[in-house]
Design a binder for this molecule. Structure first.
Ligand SMILES: Nc1ncnc2c1ncn2[C@@H]1O[C@H](COP(=O)(O)OP(=O)(O)OP(=O)(O)O)[C@@H](O)[C@H]1O
Ligand SMILES: [Mg+2]
Length: 232
C-alpha cells in the first residue's frame, strides 16, 4: 500500500479543519471551530480549557464516537470520513483505548470480567482473554482484586481497572477524558504517573483532558482550547 506523507512523518492523529456544531433547540452551538491538530506517534498531549470549550467534543470526534460537522480526522493514515459505524467500531476496537471520568465499569461484572470485555468483543477465546487481563491487571498492581466487583473498590482502584480495560487491546492511542476528575489530588497524581509510565514504557500515544493545571508536567505537550479553538 502506498504510504501517505502523514504516515512517513510519524503523525498518528491528524485533525484537519475540524468543526462540530450541535443543534440546541433553535440555536447552533459551535463546539469546535476549524481545529487543526497533528499528534505524533508516542506523544503525550494534555488538553486544557474551561468547561464547555469543546474538550470532550474533540476527544469523542477523534475516537469516531461523534461525527464532525466539517473537516476530518485521520488516524494512522486512515480517514474516518466515510467510514461506516461498523468500520469505526472496528477501528476503535483495534486502535483506541478510552478512559472516562466516571470509570464506566460494568457493575455486574468482576474486575477480571470488566477487563476482559474488549477482548471478548474482539472474539479472543476465554483462556487467552483471562491471561491477558490478569497480566495487565498485575502490571497495574490490581492482581489481588480480580474477583472483586467495582462497588468494592476505591475511586483510584476503579480507575486502574478502567485503564487496564483500555490497555488489554494494546491500543496505539489512549484517550482519557478527565480521568482524575473524581479522584482526590493524591490519587490523581498517581493516575497521571501511571499514564506517563504507559506512554514512556509502551510508547502508547496519549491524549489527556484535564481541568487541573497541577497535573501538567514536562512530559506532556499542552494544548489549550478556548471557545472551540486551539489558542497556543
Ligand atoms: N449533545 C449536545 N447537544 C448540544 N450541545 C452540546 C452537546 N454536547 C456538548 N454541547 C455543547 O458544546 C460545547 C462543548 O461541550 P464539551 O462537552 O465538548 O465541553 P468540555 O470542554 O468537555 O466541557 P467540560 O469541561 O464541562 O466537560 C458546550 O457549549 C456544550 O454545552
Ligand atoms: Mg468534557
Amino acid at each position: 500500500m502506498k504510504k501517505t506523507p502523514n504516515q512517513k512523518k510519524g503523525i498518528l492523529i491528524n485533525c484537519v479543519k475540524l468543526s462540530k456544531s450541535y443543534q440546541f433547540g433553535s440555536e447552533q452551538i459551535h463546539a469546535l471551530k476549524d481545529v487543526n491538530l497533528e499528534i505524533n506517534k508516542g506523544e503525550f498531549v494534555a488538553i486544557m480549557g474551561k468547561s464547555g470549550c469543546g474538550k470532550t467534543t474533540l476527544i469523542n470526534t477523534i475516537a469516531g464516537l461523534l461525527q464532525p460537522s466539517q473537516g476530518n480526522v485521520v488516524i494512522d493514515g486512515k480517514s474516518l470520513k466515510g467510514m461506516t459505524i461498523d468500520q469505526l467500531s472496528l477501528m476503535r476496537r483495534n486502535t483506541i483505548g478510552i478512559v472516562f471520568q466516571m470509570f464506566n465499569l460494568h457493575p455486574g461484572l468482576t474486575v477480571l470480567e470488566n477487563v476482559e470485555l474488549p477482548l471478548l468483543f474482539k472474539g479472543i477465546e476465554r483462556d487467552k482473554r483471562r491471561n491477558i487481563a490478569q497480566e495487565v491487571l498485575a502490571t497495574l498492581e490490581m492482581a489481588d482484586y480480580i474477583d472483586n466487583y467495582p462497588e468494592e473498590l476505591s475511586g483510584g482502584e476503579k480507575q486502574r481497572v478502567a485503564i487496564a480495560r483500555a490497555l488489554t487491546i494494546e491500543p496505539k492511542i489512549l484517550l482519557a477524558d478527565e480521568p482524575t476528575g473524581n479522584l482526590n489530588s493524591l490519587l490523581a497524581k498517581e493516575i497521571i504517573k501511571l499514564f506517563i509510565e504507559i506512554n514512556q514504557k509502551k510508547g502508547i500515544t496519549i491524549i489527556l483532558v484535564t481541568h487541573d493545571e497541577s497535573l501538567i508536567n514536562k512530559d506532556m505537550r499542552l494544548i489549550r482550547l478556548k471557545d472551540g479553538k486551539i489558542i497556543n
